[in-house]
Design a protein around this ligand. Sequence first.
Ligand code: B12
Length: 215
Amino acid sequence: MEELNQIYNSVLIGKAPETKDLVQKAVSGGLSVGSIISTMNSAMEEVGQRFSRNEIFLPEMMVAARAMKFGMEILEPRIVGEAKDTKGKVLIGTIKGDLHDIGKNLVAMMFRSAGFEVIDIGVDVTKERFLESIQAETPQLCAISALLTTVLANLAETIAFLKASEVGEKCKIIIGGAAVDAGFAERVGADGYSDDAGAAVQMAKSLVQSGISQI
Ligand code: B12
């Protein structure tokens, strides 16, 4: 599909205003939000691979991220819409040492669109801040994003810290992001893992329905 190819290339080379225009045209022309997001995700995947092969460097990765964010600005109101009822409350953040937030923001949008109340506490979040925020906000779920392998120790430590705390029994922890997988999630005692924002919402719904009480 020509429009999707154009969006892919525009994100890949980091043309932010052009990406915004192309995404606007694509949605006006009836293309699905899901197909546009997965196209932009594929472009970011390719950006990551080129970065690993030293074909591009940090500035190129930054402009590509900015382009995807511009595209997401058009999609956000279409994803989030008007939630009619509350399915539960989710607190979300990216783990300490990690500044990646595109995936976290996408997961937050999907939760909002499914009727969850979302408290986004940002990036580079310490275990103490996770705990304080959970105590203050009393969510049923805490969602943690991690894209760098260098932050996996922080993530494991944070999960152990929260599980050993007074919120441990009451607030379930789900994790995701390029640095983690289901095996890691199980080893560190997370209650759930997903590699995809849509599937994360389904998992969250079943965790909430399985009778987790609010703190
Ligand atoms: C964009 C990007 C950046 C941008 C981030 C901009 C931003 N505001 O987020 C910038 C340029 C700043 C950046 C910086 C760096 N980056 Co970077 N970055 C990427 C890149 C290309 C894309 C990430 C992205 O946004 N993808 C699109 C989103 C939608 O996908 P996603 O985040 O994976 O999220 C989806 C799922 O994972 C899941 N998900 C995500 N979070 C959660 C949470 C929960 C609870 C759940 C259930 C699901 C879930 O749902 C999302 C939607 O489906 C990746 C490559 C990659 N393949 O991931 C590298 C990558 C993550 N970066 C990498 C590196 C090395 C760095 C730097 C260290 C580079 C440097 N030398 O400085 C710095 C680190 C800065 C820091 N301290 O965080 C490496 C990490 C390698 C590793 N093994 O650790 C990668 C993998 C690139 C590579 N192949 O080498 N980066």
